[in-house]
Design a protein around this ligand. Structure first.
Ligand SMILES: *Cc1c(COP(=O)(O)O)cnc(C)c1O
Length: 382
């Protein structure tokens, strides 16, 4: 690219925050409607009207989780809901099996370690699927009380077969907890049908809301488990939430502004149907993956989610440099990876308010940056 062009691009990128393009798996671009609600005055929450809104929110959440049972709402990011699992459902008498295929599998491991819950993990390489045979064999030992997975490992883009795994946990009577935080509304997820006992979601992924709310759905089996464990937290005691939500109220001051945005968002989703949303994400993901064919990238997993594409760079391209330059030159944010993958892999999210024009912009920016990086590499090596 000529210097002039580069300057022009740089200038256009600096024309303001509204030009920011987010392809990150949280935060995600939000709709004008959501933004407008976010800019409005808050209603008082201890009223009948607000209880009514809360009831409708809970109904909407049950719909997207695919459950007839209960959902509780926390003022916390997704990790808060993950930790609520420990406070409410697990103790030292449990033996937990964890599927660890990346950053979010590792978070389950870290939480087990922190809360001193006995566990074992199945460690997978980036993008490696779970072997159902191996899992069946492990669970058949009857050694484990509980299985913890992430439906979608957001650090590598792999979508696990939660339905098939649910058949195994049911077969062996193992308590099944699924972090579906980056799955619900982007890929199919059916809590009740798939025999999931507890599942989690947060606001800043496919719901396309600001971060700050997380949701925990629990079935009958999970609800009765609450009675056998002593909750280790005052704030995250699910029993308190269930009690208060029964009258449309939260035990503590809710994130009222987020409730208003969530209420509208769930109304839209119910109106159009969740299948529409899943297929929308699938189309965006497919459009992006096809558009990227002209560049020598490879995809990390064979079974990618609709939420995100994890991309491996060729040897001579540094993934982290690419991510940094996209932000600096185009105000375009994709997600870097951490740890061993930092210089090899980056991720493009398909979540939130984005369309084909945004994806075209990103693909052009990627092509440009890619060739610039190649050019500058060859200058050094000659
Ligand atoms: C985003 C995400 C989380 C939650 O992370 P927070 O930063 O606490 O919101 C947990 N699990 C998965 C799979 C995620 O994608």
């Amino acid at each position: 690219m000529k210097k002039n062009d580069a300057l022009k691009k740089l200038k256009s990128a600096q024309t303001g925050i509204d030009k920011i393009r987010l392809f990150t798996p949280g935060p995600v671009p939000m709709s004008a409607r959501t933004l407008a609600i976010g800019a409005s005055q808050l209603p008082y929450n201890r009223t009948e009207q607000f209880s009514h809104i809360t009831f409708e929110i809970i109904e909407g959440l049950k719909y997207i989780f695919g459950t007839q049972r209960d959902v509780v709402i926390f003022a916390a990011s997704g990790t808060g809901a993950m930790e609520a699992v420990f406070f409410n459902f697990l103790d030292q008498s449990d033996k937990v099996l964890i599927v660890n295929g990346g950053t979010f599998g590792q978070r389950w491991v870290d939480l087990c370690t922190h809360h001193k819950i006995p566990f074992e993990q199945i460690s997978l390489n980036p993008g490696q699927p779970i072997s159902l045979e191996a899992l069946d064999y492990k669970l058949s030992s009857q050694e484990y009380s509980t299985l913890l997975i992430n439906a979608h490992e957001t650090s590598t883009g792999i979508l696990y077969d939660t339905k098939a795994i649910g058949k195994l946990t049911r077969k062996y009577g193992v308590f099944f907890i699924v972090d579906a935080i980056s799955t619900i509304c982007a890929d199919i997820f059916m809590m009740d049908e798939w025999h999931v006992d507890v599942s989690l979601l947060s606001s800043q992924k496919a719901l396309a809301l600001p971060p700050g709310l997380s949701f925990l759905a629990l079935n009958k089996k999970a609800k009765s488990r609450l009675k056998t464990k002593t909750c280790q937290s005052y704030y995250f005691d699910i029993k308190t939430y269930l009690e208060n939500q029964g009258r449309g109220q939260m035990p503590f001051t809710p994130v009222i502004g987020h409730f208003m945005m969530l209420h509208e968002r769930l109304r839209e989703i119910r109106l159009q149907g969740i299948d529409f949303f899943v297929s929308h994400h699938s189309k965006l993901a497919e459009y992006f993956r096809k558009g990227l064919k002209s560049l020598p990238f490879t995809f990390v997993p064979n079974n990618p989610s609709n939420a995100l594409t994890a991309i491996r760079c060729p040897e001579d391209i540094d993934a982290f440099d690419l991510v940094t330059r996209l932000a600096a030159d185009f105000n375009c944010f994709v997600a870097p990876n951490g740890g061993d993958l930092k210089h090899k892999v980056f991720r493009v999210s398909h979540l939130g308010e984005q369309n084909k024009t945004d994806i075209d912009f990103l693909i052009n920016a990627l092509e440009d940056t890619f060739h610039n990086l190649l050019d500058s590499n060859s200058t050094y090596t000659i």
